[in-house]
Design a protein around this ligand. Structure first.
Ligand code: 16G
Ligand code: MG
Length: 543
């Protein structure tokens, strides 16, 4: 892969930023960064008293030529933000300054260090993960390589290996077994005891690692006789489609198009529901072929489905658990109609910056925090105290009753939802269980509320760092002239709303627009993109 190791200029490593989700760029630029991340992970482990630190080699939904790396803290959470700048210093310093840079970062005294490494299916991921291993071992860390895994699986392994979640027996620290156990527990609370007429879900695996996870789930569902409730059909598995190319969650949600190989004609059967995961399976969006259109059921609607279900169960469980707080956290990309729908049902809605580390943090403010980005990345967080109370009540011999049933449901949700990070496989089971309990079709779910039409575009500029967004990324603090122009453009369309923000994963500025009609949303997006080109140093042809 990339340049031979001997040809790499170690005095001038590529200058990378630890962005929304770690280091990410063309794979050929990453050899040194991978070694240094291995070293940093070893130091972080010492800093955390020798607990295991995770390193995931993936560039998620990016094109195959890119790769990347994310660091996972001992609880399974993303790397503490205070360490991101340390990661940058270590990854980018000249080799002649490496020792002193490492010394400036090293705070921990622990005698041992331990690193868990996972990777996605990219052709260069194996070689890059070996560089991570070399770096970690160079600083004396013990390395466990869990091979090809989804990003949420790696988070789970780290969390479970450090004892922060109960370990279930089975491969990958019982990941698939724990999920299917919780799924079964949730289904057991259903008054409908037979299978479903629409039990089949086609899963577009984006040509990536999701296919392995789906295979693990399918086998367990079959073994437990649950296939009549949920039968998973994996499509676009590793050799059927090039990674993320015209398939996967990013393609479906951004382009608003069916994934490759799964048009209405390819599916062969009407009324099938489908979903798409991304290249490292931490995102999930649903879709179906409606009467005339291809319909997407995105992260906003996943959050709405789950939040309304949870709100009802919390109300029913009130005699036993009191009134824990529930909130939904969204980003600027959430459709305006989603927040209105939730507020009408008295569910609190909060906003955070794009990127899981921000929304996750904001969701921790609630006893039950549901967060989803419109792009399908999200989960349901349940505070430890509430989780323990639910577990205790659920284990007591039951007298039945609605409150007790609600406790069992909430406890199963807490076990099923990934507590570290958005997880396409866990979310898939959660959504399917709720649809099954509510006997809801995907069409009825999709019709929960009417979205305002929206459009997303991107524009390359000379320096995206010149764009400075506010805390929720809904407006620009600078350049002021560009924000003023965006305001004027949005005001010229009915229900117009638009914003731009520098991408944290690609060298582009992202443009989002929504308006009352499809025509207006498309026009507004294009006008804003032109404004970015004119007022923020656009590159290439004027749009
Ligand atoms: C990363 C983020 C995702 C965010 C996206 C935005 C994680 C694990 N993933 O994929 O949450 O929506 O970046 O990308 O944090 P952008 O900054 O390029 O728009
Ligand atoms: Mg991803």
């Amino acid at each position: 892969m990339g340049p031979a190791l001997s040809k790499i200029d170690r005095e001038h490593p590529p200058q990378l930023a630890y962005g929304t989700a770690g280091f990410r760029c063309d794979a050929t630029q990453l050899v040194i960064a991978m070694e240094r991340v291995g070293m940093l992970a070893a130091l972080r482990s010492r800093d955390r008293d020798g607990l295991k630190i995770g390193v995931m080699v993936t560039a998620s939904h990016n094109p195959h030529r890119d790769n990347g790396v994310k660091i996972v803290d001992p609880t399974g959470a993303m790397l503490a933000q205070a360490w991101e700048s340390k990661a940058e210093k270590v990854a980018c310093c000249p080799e002649s300054q490496l020792l002193e840079t490492l010394a400036s970062v090293a705070e921990g005294e622990a005698a041992s260090a331990s690193v868990v490494i996972g990777r996605d299916t990219r052709a260069h991921s194996r070689a890059l993960s070996q560089r991570v291993r070399a770096g970690a071992e160079a600083l004396g860390a013990r390395v466990e390589d869990v091979g090809v895994v989804t990003t949420p699986q790696l988070h789970h392994c780290v969390r479970a290996a450090n004892g922060f979640s109960p370990v279930v027996k089975g491969p990958l620290y019982g990941y698939a077994d724990a999920l299917v156990d919780a799924f079964e527990a949730l289904l057991k609370t259903s008054p409908h005891k037979t299978g479903r007429p629409d039990s089949t879900v086609v899963v577009d695996c984006a040509g990536g690692v999701g296919a392995f996870g789906i295979h693990q789930l399918r086998r367990r569902l079959e073994e437990r006789g649950l296939a009549s409730v949920l039968s998973l059909r994996a499509a676009n598995i590793v050799r059927e489609a090039p990674l993320n190319h015209q398939c996967g969650a990013e393609h479906v949600q951004k382009q608003r198009l069916p994934p490759k190989n799964l048009s209405r004609r390819d599916l062969g059967a009407p009324n099938l529901r489908g979903c798409s995961v991304d290249g490292d399976a931490d995102r999930l969006v649903y879709w179906f072929h409606g009467l005339s259109n291809f319909e997407i059921v995105d992260g906003d609607k996943i959050a709405s489905l789950l939040a309304v279900f949870i709100a009802r169960e919390l109300a029913a469980a009130q005699p036993l658990i009191g009134t824990p707080s529930l909130g939904v956290v969204q980003t600027a990309y959430a459709n305006g109609a989603a927040a209105a729908f939730l507020r009408e049902r008295r569910v609190e809605v909060a906003f955070a910056k794009t990127g899981v580390k921000y929304v996750h943090h904001a969701a921790e403010a609630f006893d039950v925090g549901v967060y989803f980005e419109a792009n399908g990345h999200g989960t349901v967080l349940v505070k430890e105290a509430l989780r323990a109370r639910l577990a205790q009540l659920d284990s007591e011999p039951g007298t039945g009753g609605r409150a007790r049933l609600a406790v069992s449901r909430l406890h199963a949700v807490a076990r099923l939802a990934n507590q570290s990070v958005g997880d396409a496989l866990a979310d898939l089971l959660l959504v399917e269980a709720v649809l099954c309990l509510q006997q809801k079709s995907i069409a009825a779910w999709g019709a929960l509320y009417d979205e305002l039409p929206s459009r997303q575009l991107k524009q390359r500029v000379a320096s995206r760092a010149l764009l400075e967004p506010n805390a929720t990324e809904t407006r620009l603090v600078a350049p002021a002239a560009l924000q003023a122009k965006i305001d004027a453009l949005a005001a010229s369309h009915k229900s117009g709303r638009a914003f731009v923000r520098p991408s944290g994963t690609e060298d582009v500025v992202r443009v989002y627009a929504e308006a009352a009609t499809r025509r207006d949303a498309d026009a507004l997006a294009l006008e804003v993109r032109r404004a970015v080109f004119d007022l923020a140093g656009g590159l290439g042809e004027r749009p």
